[in-house]
Design a protein around this ligand. Structure first.
Ligand code: ATP
Length: 359
């Protein structure tokens, strides 16, 4: 398969875009490595489909270049890009058998019969479809039909990338995880480049090695699930990944350090005042706050018992926030004090994380 490079892509659906707001994709500069399993994650309207259509060639970007293995494909039509796509709704020929469905893309390429037979059987085996090869696609369940869509991509050796656009939407919930883990295993074994579009963080986190998070037409972070959790580069990532999301407090950054409502907050790498030019916030996830008698005085207002842990509602100064409290940890009945983990509390300026320049 191929490495895919999106070189300074911008896209507007307007004829004469002028302002930043006219662009559905503001600036995407990204490399998808050959053999990588990527999820493209973001809420409805953030630009996922626009980006996917630019890769597949259905849309020509207003600015920038798309390259497969270093070769520009920006001016190539979709059918010249050799991309396999699996959509929300399975695309199968209902009147054909499963075998014929898989053989179809190969016959179109004029391959000889015995080679087609070999490839179809091998692909069917990879996806547990051998038992239904002679059945008509019409009678199959949605998950089997979706496997056929995938198999039609895998059967071709000339495919540069397989793109999945919310492929589990019509699959029964109890089969979703099965299909997802099967996909993950296939990837581990055959290493094809995959881009999996979803607005569901669980789906993205369980499937992908690297998650590309989009927000309002921009890629705000690319990282592993741990990186997105432990070090969100943008407040949107802090809020979108995790449940509940990251707490945010308005803060000041001065020569005397970082403060929330005048209270000093210890951080491992506090930015210098000169680095902060905009609206500053302190971000810390509920999981990185613990009760500590030497910490900041807070008021506790509610406790929700979720089973193996509790979520405590609290107020620091004038600001409500949440604390994750694992089983076995006692919640103080009065004079509660908390400490933010200095390694996992970050300052954000206009949404973006800022840390001390190397000292
Ligand atoms: P969803 O998950 O709902 O499909 P998405 O993340 O894929 O959303 P896009 O469909 O790429 O987002 O839309 C990004 C922005 O571009 C949105 O503001 C949308 O309204 C706009 N947009 C998308 N398609 C068109 C179009 N054909 N013409 C004009 N604007 C469009």
């Amino acid at each position: 398969m191929a490495e895919i490079r999106l070189d300074k892509i911008r896209h507007s659906y307007e004829d004469r875009p002028a302002a930043e707001a006219d662009f559905a994709l503001k600036m995407v500069d990204l490399t998808w490595k050959d053999g990588g399993a990527y999820a493209l994650l973001g809420p409805s309207g953030c630009g996922k489909s626009t980006l996917l259509n630019i890769i597949s060639g259905l849309l020509s970007p207003t600015e920038g270049d798309v390259r497969f293995d270093g070769r520009s494909v920006t001016d190539l039509a979709p059918d010249q890009r050799n991309i396999a796509q699996v959509f929300q709704f399975p695309v199968v020929y209902d009147t054909m058998t499963v075998y014929q469905n898989l053989a179809f893309p190969l016959r179109n390429r004029g391959m000889d019969r015995s080679r087609i037979d070999e490839l179809v059987r091998e692909t069917a085996q990879r996806l547990d479809l051998t038992g239904v090869l002679d059945r008509r696609a019409a009678g199959l369940t949605a998950d089997n039909k979706q496997k056929i869509s995938l198999a039609r991509g895998l059967v071709r050796s000339d495919v540069n990338v397989i793109m999945f656009d919310e492929p589990l939407t019509v699959i029964d919930p109890h089969l979703k995880w099965q299909l997802r883990s099967q996909l993950k295993k296939l990837h581990q074994r055959y290493n094809f480049t995959m881009i999996y579009v979803t607005h569901d963080q669980t789906e993205a986190l369980t499937f992908a090695d690297q998650i590309v998070v989009m927000h309002e037409g921009e890629v705000v972070q690319v990282g592993t699930s741990e990186e997105l959790f432990e070090r969100p580069e943008h407040t949107f990532v802090g809020h979108f990944i995790g449940s509940p999301g990251m707490n945010l407090f308005p803060c000041t950054v001065g020569d005397d350090g970082v403060r929330v409502d005048g209270m000093p907050i210890a951080l491992d790498a506090p930015p210098a005042p000169g680095q902060v030019n905009g609206t500053s916030q302190l971000g810390v996830r509920p999981e990185f706050i613990r009760f500590d008698t030497g910490g900041l005085a807070v008021e506790l207002t509610d406790v929700a018992d979720i089973g193996r842990y509790r979520i405590v509602d609290a107020i620091l100064g004038r600001h409500p926030f949440k604390i994750f409290c694992p089983e076995g940890v006692e919640i103080p009945s009065d004079n509660a004090k908390v400490r933010f983990d200095p390694r996992h509390a970050n300052v954000y300026v206009d949404g973006w994380r800022v840390e001390a320049r190397s000292r």
